[in-house]
Structures are given as structure tokens and as C-alpha cells.
Design a protein around this ligand. Structure first.
Ligand code: CU
Length: 458
């Protein structure tokens, strides 16, 4: 069995879990989401407060959402000193609401604002984050969670969001400003030294046999999170917001940047015990959250059932699909000789000077022409191939894709997938959302350094 030690964080000190502030709607129905710098007690103990960039003065920002089918209106106000924009990760929004500066909207300047109107088409766990200078802005804290609840509530005793992040802090607990240094960009990204979980709402205790829904979100810019739970037994019921056709028995959870998992767990620890969430690294674990367990009278319940499906098309065949190769290259130890950047052929030296060291199909950075143009309702298969020495968390905007499995069946709907070194996997989707959409690595260091492309649906 895995050994867990009581060291809460990698750099020492205590992990803290808190609750973000709620957003209140204005008379016109818009929730205000103001981006500004603030001070936050990120690390407890004798550490000073950390200067962060948050929404409405907290990291994570306010929990947004509602009931599936409702409409969400959010007014982003930029009170920073640089441009920003908000992307709704995993939400199948209209293209104009996708929040990508230069592609779907203009970046919001300081003192500017932008009105987002979003239908909660799908139930599930999603998140929002800055999509402008995103490596820096997400590192500083510009993100929050969106929960779209099922129209009939589940029979659970707690419904908790577990927000995971990885901060790179100086000895006085300040975010280091070495964003985008070439070592981070060309290797595994900006890995931090303080892994932190915020549980919202934070329960004071569980009772034995209680049933708990846990919505895990990895908001880290680059860190893959291997997680383990003790004192519970459970099932994974959704990935990246989308319900699984059949719940999977939960063992360990590994979340790449931006990935989510919804789990429903029963508290198996007895009274006097505790439920632990740990970041697991090899045989060692670091406790991120612990909750005591009190006596409970309720008997354990029936097995967990699948959540009701979301209204997204299930792939049934890829026989007539358009196949699109997507080869990821570059990075340290990647053997990339050169690539095209801004229409110019460059050798590796020139690419390094431009800060562009990753490429998709031989192109670093966003090309002028889309990777492909799909007609509405066309089925597309992305044949991804990771020809680099690092894993990549490949994310597609606009809709979810399903892996084409070797036996010809299709995997769960996902919006982000962890492609390990050397892997070759195919992902199919129906191009049912018109507009211009990004595909990029959600290791934001890699995205910054060139691993991104786009496609068009018309
Ligand atoms: Cu990557």
C-alpha cells in the first residue's frame, strides 16, 4: 500500500483550502467577473500573503454555472494592466463566446469589458480561464470552475469541487516571474514547488457511509497530477464533464493539465478515521486535503449508476470520416531540425530565438491557414502522433472528441487528452459547431512555444 506522509506541500508549510467568493448578478442578469491583482493567503503558517491575479478577488474565481439548459451571462471586467480574455474550457459554446483573442474576439483591454452569454448545454464539470498570455495569466490565478448541474439532483450527501494547482513560489511565497524561460518552454513546462488543492465547499467532516460527489479539476499550467484517495471507495462517472456510459471503478486518477474527472465515492473509513486526498509521486504521497470521519448511521447504498447522457453526438462509424494527420514535434531531445514559423522556414536555432520550439505538422505557432476545413456535420478523425520526448495534453475547442479504439469502438467524450511520448492515437468528432476553433497543447508552456493549430467548420 502507498505510504502517505504528513508533509502537506513540497516546500513545507500547510495546505489551505478555502471557498471562493460568490458572484452576484446585476439588474441586467449579468454576473460580474472582474480580473484584478489581489493578495491571498495561499501558503499558511508564517508565510506572507501571495500577490495573485484573480477573478473577483479570489483564486479560484467564483464558482459559476447553474442547471443544465439555463443560460449564463457573465460580464468580464478587466482591471489588470494588460489585455485579457476568458475561455470556457470544455463548454460547447457559440464561436463568438469562445474567448480566443485574435480568433473569436478582440482581447479585452485594461478598463474594458466583454459580455459572454453561454448556454449550459451539457451538465458536468467545466472551467474558465484566461486565454490571453495564458501561461502567465493562468499561473497567476486567472481561472475558476463552472458546474452545470443535472436537472434532477443526484442522491449524494456532498457535492464538492476539488481544484488542483501547482504554484512556482519564491521562498517568501510569491509567484516567480520567470514565465516562459526557454528551459520550461522546451521541457516539461512551468512545474511548480507548491501543489495545492482547494475544496469547495470545504466539509468539516464526513459521516461513515456517506456518498460524495467529487469534481476534480487540474488547473495547473503544466503539471500532470497523479492523485490517490484513502478512506473512500468509488466510481468515475464523468470525464471532462461528459458522463461515461458505464461508471468505472476508481483506483488512481491521473489528470493532465485542464482535464477533469467526476467521481462518486462512498466513505469507507470508519468513525474516527479520515478521508485523504494525496498527490502521489512514486511510492510517496503528499496529503492535499484531509477530512475527519464521524459516526454515520446510514447503510451503504446501491452501486453507482451512470449519469444521464449529455446531448452530444455519439460517434458510431468513422468509415466515411475525413482523416487529418497531426504530428507533434520539437522540444528538448526531440530531434526537430526546423519548422515553419509565420510562413518562414527556420532552423532550430532561429526557432529558439523566436521562442517557438514545438510544431504541429512542421508548423510552429498558429498558421494563417487552418489545419483543415470541415463542413458542418462532417465526421473528422484526428490521427495524433507524439514524436517528442514529452507528454502533451492536447485540447480541442468547440466540441469533444472520442478516441477510436483498436477494437473499433469509441472512447468517452473528451476535450483534453494526455498523449504520452511516442503515442499514436486517433480521435473522432462530428464538426457540428461552426466557427474557428483551436487545437493546442494545454501544457501552457508548450502552447506558448508553438504547439497550436486551428480548424474551421463552415
Ligand atoms: Cu505539450
Amino acid at each position: 500500500m502507498m505510504k502517505l506522509n504528513r508533509r502537506k506541500v513540497l516546500m513545507g508549510g500547510l495546505a489551505m483550502a478555502g471557498m471562493p467568493r460568490f458572484a452576484k448578478a446585476k439588474d441586467d442578469g449579468f454576473l460580474e467577473l472582474a480580473a484584478f491583482e489581489t493578495q491571498m493567503q495561499l501558503v499558511e503558517g508564517e508565510y506572507p500573503k501571495t500577490a495573485v491575479w484573480g477573478f473577483n478577488g479570489s483564486v479560484p474565481g467564483p464558482l459559476l454555472g447553474g442547471v443544465q439548459g439555463e443560460r449564463m451571462r457573465v460580464r468580464l471586467r478587466n482591471e489588470l494592466t494588460e489585455n485579457t480574455a476568458v475561455h470556457w474550457h470544455g463548454m460547447r459554446v457559440k464561436n463568438a463566446m469562445d474567448g480566443v483573442p485574435g480568433m473569436t474576439m478582440q482581447a479585452v483591454p485594461p478598463q474594458g469589458s466583454f459580455d459572454y452569454e453561454i448556454s449550459l448545454r451539457d451538465a458536468g464539470t467545466y472551467w474558465y480561464h484566461s486565454h490571453n498570455r495564458s501561461l502567465k495569466q493562468v499561473s497567476k490565478g486567472l481561472y475558476g470552475i463552472v458546474v452545470a448541474r443535472e436537472s434532477s439532483p443526484l442522491d449524494v450527501d456532498h457535492d464538492l469541487v476539488v481544484v488542483l494547482d501547482d504554484w512556482r513560489l519564491s521562498p517568501d511565497a510569491q509567484i516567480t516571474d520567470d514565465f516562459g524561460n526557454m528551459h520550461d518552454l522546451s521541457h516539461a513546462g512551468r512545474l511548480g514547488n507548491y501543489i495545492h488543492a482547494v475544496v469547495d465547499p470545504l466539509p468539516t467532516h464526513f459521516a461513515a457511509n456517506q456518498r460524495v460527489r467529487l469534481r476534480f479539476v487540474n488547473t495547473a499550467t503544466d503539471r500532470i497530477m497523479p492523485l490517490a484517495l484513502q478512506g473512500v471507495e468509488g466510481w468515475i462517472v464523468a470525464r471532462d464533464g461528459m458522463p461515461l456510459a458505464r461508471p468505472e471503478a476508481m483506483d488512481q486518477i491521473t489528470l493532465g493539465p485542464a482535464e477533469r474527472v467526476d467521481a462518486i465515492v462512498d466513505v469507507t473509513a470508519e468513525a474516527g478515521g479520515e478521508v485523504l486526498l494525496a498527490f502521489r509521486e512514486g511510492d510517496q504521497g503528499y496529503v492535499l486535503a484531509e477530512t475527519p470521519v464521524l459516526a454515520g448511521a446510514r447503510a451503504r447504498r446501491a452501486p453507482v449508476e451512470a449519469l444521464p447522457p449529455n446531448p452530444i453526438t455519439n460517434i458510431t462509424s468513422v468509415a466515411d470520416a475525413r482523416a487529418v494527420p497531426m504530428v507533434m514535434e520539437g522540444g528538448a531531445m526531440g530531434g526537430l531540425r526546423g519548422a515553419t514559423f509565420k510562413g518562414e522556414n527556420m532552423d532550430m536555432r532561429a526557432l529558439v530565438q523566436e521562442g517557438q520550439v514545438w510544431a504541429v505538422n512542421g508548423v510552429a505557432g498558429l498558421p494563417d491557414a487552418p489545419l483543415f476545413e470541415a463542413s458542418l456535420e462532417e465526421t473528422v478523425v484526428l490521427n495524433m502522433q507524439n514524436d517528442t520526448a514529452f507528454p502533451h495534453a492536447m485540447h480541442m475547442h468547440g466540441t469533444h472528441f472520442q478516441e477510436v479504439l483498436p477494437d473499433g469502438s469509441f472512447g468517452p467524450h473528451k476535450d483534453t487528452v494526455l498523449m504520452m511520448r511516442g503515442e499514436q492515437r486517433a480521435f473522432a468528432f462530428v464538426a457540428d459547431n461552426p466557427g474557428k476553433w483551436l487545437i493546442h497543447c494545454h501544457m501552457l508552456s508548450h502552447q506558448t512555444a508553438g504547439m497550436k493549430t486551428w480548424f474551421k467548420v463552415s
